[in-house]
Design a binder for this molecule. Structure first.
Ligand code: SAM
Length: 487
């Protein structure tokens, strides 16, 4: 018995019939009754139903094969909003974000033990930390046969801009099958450029499923070096040495946050203010002198790709009337010297955070160094290096946002004194020059830092020349190709 749980016009059903499958073996569902006559004409069984919500006791363990192209509707869609409560009660423990991820779960339930699933979906569930539970569910209930990253532009002509993956699974549940699952050999095929390459891709990684248990958040990596897996597996986490904290809320940024005169932001605010009539809707701008008084605190609330240093652009009103309004989390070491990392940025971007700063809860994350063994300068050099850009943006999260948990999960090895001194030397040069000129071009120094960090980690993990080339070409500030980091 074969099911397409969201059949649409029935492209898969047609192909099944073409390849000689008997029509009586094929079942199709769709929420939209418009497809009824079209699919019934193909001579297969068709039911109009909401596949996600229609789950009877006998819907479980029913099919030998399930294949499809599930709909991609996110949290903000009318469908998910309308059915939120029901969806959450069914899928909430695993994932109730997008329809395609719920379709994966739903179809695994519908499969018989040993049954096979083949879906083409968005590839975002492979790496996003919001899908960690879904990945765990798959690892604990399936053999992953194959993951193939399909061409990026595959659905462009339908105005759909997701980057797709084709995933093939075999249902294999239960504690007694744990060894079978862990030792299963998966075929992992990095992004192909054309559909014609599906049958004969130039690269196939054969990876034991156990490896998917090793990376933070059980990331389903598709193009990663063995030595990088070893690095994650064998190293302590950055969090043990460098700890970040989610910041505060003002509840009214316009009212309580001012730009500091002379910064780019002050200029932007000035221009905006000119277009605004009402005084209370205008942004405030304070002088540098004001910032040094007790009535203002330095405030960090912007992401972006700037590394090492950026002048303080914003200030938080600090008065008896404003402080009680703020949500300031307890146990966060505001005002300590440390590092600020952009929460939204095309690359991993760490900057010096002077004493006395507060920070927001989203686009800027404050970090404090927990050990005397490393300095702020060393940590800046490390986090801004091509290796750490690869670990953070290429592996842990390849979107524009970087979460605190993701940064904490980076591997870290304590450097020897020589490495520390060498990195610090170059970071100090960058800091000195960037303080004078924010646009200082630090490519030369960064190249040195990248080499020092690479060589130091290579000593333990035996990195290859190919990895170095990948870091230089795709994750460094001096890379030749101008595409976004991680592309
Ligand atoms: C991406 S299309 C599939 C296209 C299909 N493979 C074809 O050949 O046309 C997704 C289909 O899922 C259907 N759908 C959306 N939500 C559904 C749900 N909750 N239950 C069943 N079908 C659903 C849509 O009506 C649509 O036909």
């Amino acid at each position: 018995m074969i099911l397409d749980p969201c059949v649409g016009h029935g492209i898969f059903v047609e192909k099944l019939i073409e390849s000689g499958i008997a029509r009586k073996q094929i079942v199709a569902y769709d929420i939209n009754s418009d497809f009824k006559s079209e699919i019934q004409k193909l001579g297969v069984k068709f039911k109009v139903q909401d596949t996600l919500l229609t789950l009877f006791p006998d819907s479980y363990n029913e099919f030998d094969f399930i294949l499809g192209n599930p709909p991609y509707l996110n949290k903000a869609s009318t469908y998910v909003r309308k059915n939120k409560v029901k969806l959450r009660s069914l899928y909430g423990k695993i994932n109730a974000h997008e329809t395609y991820s719920m379709f994966i779960v739903n179809s695994i339930w519908r499969l018989k033990e040993g049954g096979k699933l083949g879906f083409i979906t968005s590839d975002s569930f492979l790496t996003l930390s919001t899908h960690t539970k879904l990945r765990k569910f798959i690892l604990n209930n399936c053999l992953i046969n194959q993951i193939l990253l399909a061409p990026k532009n595959l659905f462009d002509n339908q105005d759909v801009s997701t980057s797709p993956v084709i995933i093939m699974l075999t249902k294999c549940t239960g504690k007694s099958n744990k060894n079978l699952r862990q030792n299963n050999e998966m075929k992992i095929i990095p992004r192909v450029r054309r559909e014609a390459e599906y049958k004969n891709p130039s690269k196939i990684h054969k990876i034991i499923q156990k490896k998917y248990h090793l990376l933070p958040f059980n990331i389903f990596f598709t193009d990663i070096e063995e030595e990088i897996i070893d690095l994650f597996e064998q190293s302590p986490r950055l969090e043990e040495y460098v700890k970040g904290f989610i910041g505060m809320h003002t509840h009214n940024n316009l009212k309580y946050i001012a730009a500091v005169e002379g910064t780019d932001l002050a200029q932007i605010f000035k221009n905006r203010n000119q277009k605004i009539q009402e005084e209370e809707n205008k942004h405030r701008i304070i002088t540098k002198k004001d910032l040094n008084t007790e009535t203002w605190k330095s405030y960090l609330k912007r992401g972006g790709a700037d590394q090492y240093y950026r002048p303080i652009m914003e200030a938080l009103e600090w008065g008896n009337n404003s402080i009680p309004i703020y949500d300031i989390p307890k146990n966060v070491p505001f005002e300590e010297e440390g590092i600020v990392v952009s929460g939204v940025s095309s690359r991993l971007a760490a900057r010096y955070m002077p004493k006395g700063c507060y920070w927001d809860s989203n686009k800027a994350i404050g970090f404090i160094i927990k050990t005397d063994s490393i300095s702020i300068e060393y940590t800046l050099g490390l986090l801004n290096s091509s290796l750490y850009n690869y670990l953070a943006k290429g592996i842990i999260n390849n979107t524009n946002s970087i979460q605190l948990t993701g940064i904490h999960a980076l591997p870290f090895i304590l450097p020897d004194n020589e490495t520390i001194e060498k990195v610090e030397k170059y970071v100090k040069i960058i800091l000195r020059n960037k303080r004078k000129d924010q646009n200082y071009d630090y490519k030369k120094e960064q190249k040195q830092i990248d080499n020092i960090i690479f060589d130091f980690y290579s000593k333990t993990f035996h990195f290859t020349k190919d990895l170095k080339k990948k870091l230089d070409d795709r994750y460094s500030v001096y890379r030749n190709d101008q595409s976004k980091i991680g592309d």
